[in-house]
Design a protein around this ligand. Structure first.
Ligand code: ATP
Ligand code: MG
Length: 250
């Protein structure tokens, strides 16, 4: 059964502050949903509850019908719930190709052999080639990550995450820190993600959100204020007052 992720009634406090208040969300194969909301609304906290970085006080998370709440973070990744690697976890002195090789070897249980000549695993090298092409990184394959522009480093993060072959992909602010002029490469990469992947995009850049998301969830004070199509969200007065301001440019 490939029914995706079903999140029900997640509750979490930090001290006296409720950061997840009865959150429900469905993420089905092929979905492109965005989670928006003001700073401190609880978006990253929610992502961390999904990945298992944080444990909720109550609620349930099911993946393709199976309860995954008891699974630790590493096991949830193996089950198919992945959040993008953070830039700090990239091996910056290594090339793009070498970075992408690591999660593939890890996934294939070949990580003990990661110092072996790459030609030992031609299927791994061809998968790296496909990921490089998907993220338009072919010409940077042998460039050290530290020598890439920031936007391209973020593409490498996405490529590494996809190398784990997740069914559910969570992108937490994929365009943060990327110069405005380069934001299109992030949009392009999101648009080229595998069609059947379920994607949750947490993002402040409304232009990006309205471009890539078919549904938008607005989170305020840890609670879902509303979920709707981009049109419904853009025209909702409560959202405009609370978060988007008087206008947004579509
Ligand atoms: N580890 C923690 N311990 C205590 N409070 C925390 C912790 N992490 C986050 N918070 C608080 O929980 C609330 C939600 O934070 P969170 O980072 O989830 O918000 P966010 O919606 O991702 O914000 P942003 O848009 O700024 O990334 C905030 O009030 C934050 O200060
Ligand atoms: Mg955040």
């Amino acid at each position: 059964m490939n029914s995706g992720l079903e999140v029900r009634n997640l509750q979490k406090h930090f001290g006296g502050i409720v950061v997840a208040n009865d959150i429900c969300l469905d993420l089905k194969p092929g979905d492109r949903k965005a989670l928006i909301g003001p700073n401190g609304a609880g978006k990253t906290t929610f992502a961390n509850l999904l990945t298992g970085t944080l444990v909720p006080e109550r609620g349930s998370i099911r993946l393709n019908g199976a309860d995954i709440m008891h699974l630790k973070e590493s096991k949830r990744v193996r089950a198919g719930v992945a959040k993008t690697f953070q830039i700090t976890t990239l091996f910056k002195a290594m090339s793009v190709r070498e970075n992408i090789r690591l999660p593939i070897l890890e996934r294939e249980g070949k990580s003990l052999n990661w110092l072996a000549p790459s030609t030992s695993f031609p299927e791994v090298e061809s998968e790296i080639g496909r990921l490089l092409a998907q993220f338009r990184l072919e010409s940077f394959a042998d460039v050290k990550v530290q020598d890439l522009a920031y936007g391209q480093q973020r593409l490498v993060e996405m490529a590494l995450t996809l190398a784990l072959k997740p069914g559910i992909l969570i992108l937490d602010e994929p365009s943060a820190g990327v110069p405005t002029g380069d934001a299109h490469i992030i949009v392009d990469a999101i648009e080229r993600l595998p069609e059947e992947l379920a994607v949750l995009i947490i993002e402040h850049d409304m232009k990006l959100v309205f471009r890539v998301a078919s549904r938008i969830i607005v989170l305020v004070n840890g609670a879902v204020l509303l979920e709707g199509t981009p049109g419904e969200i853009a025209h909702n007065q409560q959202v405009r007052d609370l978060y988007l301001g008087a206008r947004h440019d579509r």
